[in-house]
Design a protein around this ligand. Structure first.
Ligand code: F0G
Length: 349
């Protein structure tokens, strides 16, 4: 019989990895069927680096970034705990995800953002999902500090990655990579801002290894923007600056988790210039067909940088593409502008 190939419906990360997550049969599951994101093998950039390179398209999650994996768990647990609202600080993607999952749960959502530098697409998401928004005169670090106070004093559920349920959800991306590859990669490259994601990935690999699902664990390559590289410098950065607004963070909340991930895995932190980030973003779009926001290109820029110093030799590497390019159209406007219109005739066209 001819017809559509029947594939079982993906149930979202909580149901897919329930045994590894802090949920009970009583937890109300708030999901947009996040996760199960594609692991796409590189056709040009990886071979050029001497790698078997895969891109994990976290940009294909329901709100366009990896944050949805953590948010499904954090918002489900907030609902279970009877919270009356959720609150977060954000450079944009956490805000978009919190706003969407709160809408799904029927909970009010308060977002506290830096007044400058949040990409347009992310703001549009927050507005559309009906969240309340406060812009503060300061960067992400100041926004997070006041958000912690608001959460405590008003008794609202804090859904930044300092909420342990966020990291529990985010570690499922490591599980998916191992399930698809049938092994752990040799190296995992990803951008680092507030450092929750690198902490979560490492936890995922450690747990899968302890459960004998994989026989090795990857080295972790944490990539920061040169103007916002506290983990590379070894001290907080007072006024972080980078075109990659998602990772414009000077004092990451999960500092210790990131340091542990890199140390225990035998990995490293590195910093890349804005030029290298934008060049990698352009290459991903033009040579691989993958449109990402600037922060998401940092992982590739980091791989390119370390390969210049020490060439690779066929390693299996996964590079995490954390957020979609459409979230930050401003960063892509240099790519081209609409030409003057012509009459719709063959000759003119
Ligand atoms: N990539 C993107 C697209 C992000 O939005 C973020 C963080 C990161 C990478 C870094 O991840 O913070 O876990 O090290 N965005 C946060 C936010 C800070 O508010 O959306 P991290």
């Amino acid at each position: 019989m001819q017809g559509r190939v029947q594939t079982p419906t993906w149930p979202g990360v909580i149901e897919a990895y329930r045994a590894f997550l802090p949920v009970t049969p009583q937890t109300p599951v708030v999901t947009l069927l996040e996760g199960n994101t594609p692991l796409v093998e590189s056709v040009r950039l990886g071979p050029r680096l001497g790698l078997r390179l895969f891109f994990k398209l976290e940009s294909t999650n329901p709100t366009g970034s990896f944050k949805d994996r953590g948010m499904t768990v954090a918002v489900s647990k907030a609902l279970e705990a009877g919270s009356r609202a959720v609150v977060c600080a954000s450079t944009g993607n956490t805000a978009a995800s919190a706003a969407a999952y709160a809408a799904r749960a029927g909970l009010p959502c308060l977002i506290i953002l830096p007044a400058e530098g949040v990409a347009q697409g992310k703001l549009v998401q927050v507005f559309a999902h009906g969240a309340r928004l406060v812009a503060v005169d300061g960067g992400f670090d100041a926004a997070l500090a006041v958000t912690r106070e608001v959460s405590e004093r008003l008794g609202l559920a804090l859904v930044n990655s300092v909420n342990p349920h966020r990291l529990e959800g985010q570690k499922t991306a490591a599980f998916e990579i191992c399930d698809v590859l049938g092994r752990a990669p040799d190296l995992l490259a990803l951008p680092v801002g507030n450092a929750g994601n690198i902490t979560a990935y490492w936890r995922g690999f450690v747990e899968y290894h302890a459960d004998s699902r994989i026989t090795s664990r990857p080295r972790m390559l944490g990539v920061q923007a040169a103007g916002a590289a506290p983990l590379v410098e070894g001290r907080p950065v007072e006024r972080p600056q980078t075109v990659a607004s998602a990772i414009r963070i000077g004092n990451p909340a999960s500092w210790q988790g990131a340091v542990t991930a890199v140390r225990e895995s035998g990995g490293l932190f590195t910093k890349v210039s804005d030029e290298a980030i934008l060049a990698a973003q352009k290459q991903l779009a033009a040579e691989e067909g993958l449109l990402v926001e600037p922060a998401s290109a940092a992982g590739l820029a980091g791989l390119q940088q370390i390969s210049a110093a020490q060439p690779f030799n066929g390693e299996t590497v996964v590079c995490i593409l954390t957020g979609h390019g459409l979230k930050d159209p401003e960063s892509l406007l240099r790519a081209g502008t609409l030409p003057a219109p012509v009459t719709p005739t063959f000759g003119a066209v």
